[in-house]
Design a protein around this ligand. Structure first.
Ligand SMILES: Cc1cc2nc3c(=O)[nH]c(=O)nc-3n(C[C@H](O)[C@H](O)[C@H](O)COP(=O)(O)OP(=O)(O)OC[C@H]3O[C@@H](n4cnc5c(N)ncnc54)[C@H](O)[C@@H]3O)c2cc1C
Length: 416
């Protein structure tokens, strides 16, 4: 296909991941004409998305939720509970909740993305009053990274660790086989609502991230510690993406980056979907009101929140496992509003400031706070050598081949 797609639309959305699809759908619902571009618009998204239920905007129906966890658990030196319902989203349910029947959907890859014009690889041109760039993120390189290796396990096999309706948000128990002097990681394990539970060893904030083979080894060790042995052919998912893509500068007449491409990736949690969904109507309303959507989404308060969260991820990325446990214990005993301000609120800067200050101030022993704020050990894990895949025999639970069946969701994973 080449030539021009219809006349000029109100909006062109480049990229139909969850955030681009949400934006397209809500722009149509608001009465705008939309052209949406993606190389594979019909493809269901790869990753399993989760969020806090109260983050979801009202227009997202319950059918978008696949699994609900009322009081997720956090293991530090003891078990803590978060009194806040959490959910795993249904990929199909979320997609169905955002129909694009009234949009012009073009299957193609954008080559040139300009403020009012998009050119596809085959020469097709789309013109629009506003262009949103929702093409997702690039490779993290040596930047602060979220890395995870997830294994999908049948729920009856998973039951010794994750019972029905339960979920482990962060499991820092010393069961992953990593030494005290190795980069830290924790387990995230939740039921997906389809008869499986995902066990996902996760590392947040390390520069360059943690490789899949190391994360897998650690996941298997944790499962083995609870008597769970796998066959080795269980499906898996891989995550490896940057946490530090900054919000765009305000200013009319430019391409509007949105979603993970637009600074909405949470620098500490690595989540972006629910926050982006909650910002969609703000962006559309600004557009309709002749205002700058970037300014509407990125108030001073929201930018301050982003800045503070970046301080948080710097701290996170240089801690040892013991320090991480102490820090998370301090954080998860903060009042609910402070926890929310860090985990999800877009612009609650006063509560976030209090959360960060009090987390540092109540982390013991005292001298660990120097690492948290970066006075000592700033580059603790930089260029850490994780060895080669399969070369490490420390993982006693590693009964299956580490890399053979990883279903990669990130084309940029490379050696990771
Ligand atoms: C395994 C894994 C688990 C995750 N878990 C969570 C979670 O629980 N919660 C959460 O919030 N986040 C999670 N994330 C992060 C998640 O990936 C992002 O939050 C989310 O995908 C961002 O959505 P997006 O629409 O901004 O970008 P993407 O999902 O990356 O979508 C970008 C879209 O743009 C298209 N595109 C790219 N280039 C072009 C081009 N040139 N022209 C046209 N289209 C193009 C792509 O085909 C794609 O459809 C996870 C990530 C991974 C990998």
């Amino acid at each position: 296909m080449s030539g021009r797609v219809g006349g000029a639309a109100d909006v062109c959305v480049v990229g139909l991941g969850p955030t681009g699809r949400a934006l397209s759908h809500r722009a149509i619902a608001a009465g705008l004409t939309v052209v949406a571009v993606d190389p594979r618009p019909e493809r269901l998204w790869g990753p399993t998305y989760s969020c806090w239920i109260d983050e979801l905007p009202e227009w997202v129906p319950r059918s978008a939720i696949a699994s609900r966890i009322e009081r997720p658990a956090v293991w530090t030196s003891r078990e803590l509970r978060i009194e806040r319902p959490y959910c795993v989203l249904s990929k199909q349910g979320l997609r169905d909740a955002m129909p694009l029947d009234d949009a012009t959907v073009v299957a193609g890859r954008a080559r040139i993305v300009q403020p009012h014009r998009v050119e596809l690889a085959d020469g097709t041109e789309v013109r629009a009053a506003a262009v949103f760039d929702t093409r997702g993120q690039g490779s993290p390189g040596k930047r602060r990274t979220a890395s995870a290796h997830g294994i999908f396990v049948d729920e009856d096999i998973a039951a010794p660790m994750v019972a029905e309706g339960e979920g482990l948000m962060l499991d820092w128990r010393a069961e992953n086989g990593a030494g005290a002097d190795e980069p830290p990681s924790f387990l995230y394990a939740v039921p997906l609502g389809d008869g499986t539970v995902i066990f996902e060893e996760t590392s947040l904030g390390l520069r360059g991230g943690m490789p899949q083979h190391e994360l897998r080894r650690r996941t298997l060790n944790r499962l083995a510690a609870h008597g769970i042995r796998l066959k080795g052919d269980e499906p898996t998912e891989a995550a490896h993406y940057p946490l530090d893509d900054a919000p765009p500068k305000a200013g009319r007449g430019q391409v509007i980056p949105f979603g993970s491409r637009g600074g909405m990736m949470h620098p500490i949690t690595g989540y972006c979907v629910a926050d982006s969904l909650s910002q969609v109507d703000k962006a559309v309303a600004a557009l309709q009101g002749g205002e700058d959507p970037i300014e509407a989404m990125w108030s001073r308060e929201a930018r301050l929140v982003y800045w503070m969260r970046m301080r948080g991820v710097y701290g996170l990325g240089r801690l040892t496992t013991a320090q991480s446990i102490a820090m998370f214990e301090a954080f998860f005993t903060r009042p609910p509003r402070q926890q929310r301000a860090l985990l999800s609120s877009h612009d609650d800067y006063t509560a976030l400031g209090a959360a960060l200050f009090m987390t540092v101030a109540t982390t013991y022993p005292f001298h660990w706070r120097y690492d948290l704020v970066g006075w000592t050990n700033r580059n603790r894990w930089v260029d850490w050598d994780y060895g080669r895949p399969g070369a490490d025999t420390r993982g006693e639970g590693a009964t299956v081949s580490p890399e053979s069946d990883i279903r990669r969701h990130e084309s940029s994973l490379g050696d990771f």
